[in-house]
Design a protein around this ligand. Structure first.
Ligand SMILES: [Fe+2]
Length: 128
């Protein structure tokens, strides 16, 4: 498999360690799929890269993204031959999403260890 075999990219949330090379991948021809719950957070890490004087980071070009509704994620994924759906799983961040396949496998970004979840006393984290 090579990068050219990858058609689409979804990002669990837009913290810098999860999205830092997103635009580089878009520049290689990969379509960045943004869930509607995420579109206001695409640039939340830009200031961090700027503060670090990162010379290689490229901010996401909004016009090149494909924004889809999280409610339509199953249909979107089916069009790619993937049986599953994307869920909004806020808690770690407001823009956190998870890909859950019908096979039972899940792709999740940062999660708090289950034994630590009650310590946050946050209903959103517990529900996610
Ligand atoms: Fe994170």
């Amino acid at each position: 498999m090579t990068v050219s075999d990858i058609s689409h990219l979804i990002i669990s949330h837009y913290h810098p360690d999860h999205m830092g090379i997103a635009q580089d991948l878009v520049d290689l021809g990969i379509r960045l799929v943004v869930l509607d719950k995420q579109k206001d957070y695409l640039h939340q890490s830009d200031a961090i890269f700027e503060k670090e004087k990162n010379q290689t980071f490229k901010p996401i070009v909004d016009e090149l993204t494909l924004v889809i509704s999280i409610r339509n994620s199953r249909d979107f994924l089916a069009g790619l031959g993937i049986d599953g759906e994307i869920l909004w799983t806020p808690g770690h961040t407001k823009d956190s999403i998870s890909l859950v396949l019908d096979s039972g496998h899940a792709f999740v970004g940062d999660l708090y260890p289950l034994d630590q979840v009650p310590l946050f006393k946050d209903a959103t984290i517990i529900k996610s």
